[in-house]
Write a protein that binds this ligand. Structure first.
Ligand SMILES: Nc1nc2[nH]cnc2c(=O)[nH]1
Length: 445
């Protein structure tokens, strides 16, 4: 009786029959997506820790924002798409905003909070279609691919494979450094698992690399495995408390870039996953507003708790590939994140050599967007190329955006395709000139 009632409740909420799926398949898909993305629990504290944030607090904020986002995605939009803090955003936060621009993490978090409110407004006010359609598809693809290269570059450095050089800026790291071999091991193992399409490859690769590190004593043993959930006190509400810092115009540029990354990453990923799952109708994604709302609400929650913007995760494609079609998949992901919150002591064993292969491989997944860019037209190829290489080579996602947005109207104009340039692209052209001034010229004065 009881289980029948549960069944009809699940059917009523998630419409499994209509989606031609079963509870068993959805649970399996949820577990697959979870193991594909569970690394973020350890990678996010590692990256944001480099910006000076408390790793334990970031761990909890990461889990809670993933739980919130994935539950909202399940119940608001009924999609098998999981949400968690994105690697693109956290890398931009730490390496570009905090370390390169010298902005304290507390102030940068105020920027994340402000952009999350703007994202929420765009989603609620139905401006989203106008915004999504305003940026040309080739540039959106280039943005995703550039973020992929940027993340991979961060991973190559963190893992010791690429180091600084006085004469050539970068060079290959020394193979005599023992910890670099952990990165190489992780990269080979994870790469082989990915190529064999093993579900949860990234997670398994991370576990095997950590075990090798523990055996070889390159990674110290953890004191315990399970513990109570770390407090969020060091990060909770800090972004809100620092909102007055936003008076600094340099931060407006940061807010805009967070907004662009968060919005276009999620919108692009949602559409890509919807195409994979066969959800698209007349080239549009049904309920995209609800899906964006799920992400923007969890982004607001994450910014309050102490983590960088959440994003619809590309790794959801693993669960979709094995048949996940409804929000039940996302609900399973959030339940798994809730259980994982008790494993925070493992934070100490997941070192930068363990996370480096993850960054490189997620970079590869994101760089796949490049294949759909129309390289045959120079007026497209130039802004797209500059967007892609601009991000890793300037070590800053916003410069990549700027190069693409500044060159696109110029080359399209010269190619006689000015009718295709949307008014918003002209507005962004001027905004990005101001942005370059505020993040590059102004600080140097
Ligand atoms: N779409 C997307 N998926 C991710 N998976 C891990 N990080 C990211 C990210 O930044 N964006």
């Amino acid at each position: 009786m009881q289980s029948d009632a549960n069944l009809s409740f699940i059917e009523k909420v998630f419409h499994l029959k209509e989606a031609n799926t079963t509870i068993r398949r959805e649970v399996l898909a949820g577990l697959t997506t979870f193991v594909s993305m569970a690394y973020i629990l350890f990678v996010n504290p590692q990256v944001l820790g480099a910006a000076g944030m408390d790793k334990g607090a970031v761990f909890t904020a990461t889990a809670l924002s993933a739980i919130l986002g994935s539950i909202l995605m399940a119940f608001l939009a009924n999609y098998p798409i999981a949400i968690a803090p994105g690697l693109g955003d956290n890398a931009f936060f730490t390496y570009s905003v905090v370390l390169a621009m010298g902005i304290p993490w507390q102030t940068a978090m105020a920027g994340v909070f402000a952009s999350s409110i703007l994202f929420l407004l765009i989603s609620v006010l139905k401006l989203r279609e106008i915004v999504i359609d305003s940026i040309p598809r080739d540039l959106k693809l280039a943005m995703a691919a550039g973020i992929g290269l940027f993340i991979a570059f961060v991973g190559l450095q963190g893992g010791g494979l690429v180091v600084a050089s006085k004469s050539t800026l970068v060079e290959m790291g020394s193979l005599t450094v023992p910890t670099t071999w952990l990165t190489i091991f992780g990269l080979i193992v994870t790469g082989l698992l990915m190529a064999k399409k093993v579900p949860g490859s990234i997670f398994i690769g991370m576990v095997l690399t950590t075990i090798l590190g523990l055996f070889t004593k390159l990674i110290p043993l953890p004191k315990q495995i399970i513990s109570t959930i770390p407090s969020m006190k060091p990060t909770f509400g800090v972004g809100i408390a620092h909102l007055p810092d936003l008076a600094n115009p340099q931060l407006w540029a940061v807010v805009l870039v967070f907004l662009l990354v968060a919005f276009f990453d999620t919108a692009g990923t949602l559409i890509g996953l919807a195409e994979q799952a066969g959800f698209m109708k007349d080239n549009k994604m049904p309920r995209i507003g609800r899906a964006l709302m799920a992400d923007s609400i969890s982004m607001v929650g994450g910014a309050v708790m102490g983590t960088t913007p959440t994003s619809a995760y590309v790794e959801s494609s693993a669960g979709i590939a094995i048949g996940g079609r409804t929000g039940l998949t996302s609900l399973v992901v959030s339940i798994m994140f809730a259980l994982a919150m008790f494993f925070s002591p493992l934070l100490s064993v997941v070192t930068s050599n363990v996370t480096a292969p993850v960054l490189i491989i997620v970079g590869i997944l994101m760089a796949q967007a490049m294949k759909e860019i129309d390289w045959s037209k120079f007026e497209i190829a130039m802004p797209a190329f500059l967007t892609i290489v601009g991000m890793p080579l300037t070590y800053n996602i916003s410069y990549g955006f700027a190069f693409g947005i500044l060159f696109y109207p110029l080359t399209m104009w010269a190619a006689g395709r000015r009718k295709e340039i949307t008014p918003i692209m002209y507005i962004l052209f001027f905004i990005f000139i101001i942005l370059l001034y505020t993040i590059n010229i102004l600080p140097a004065k």
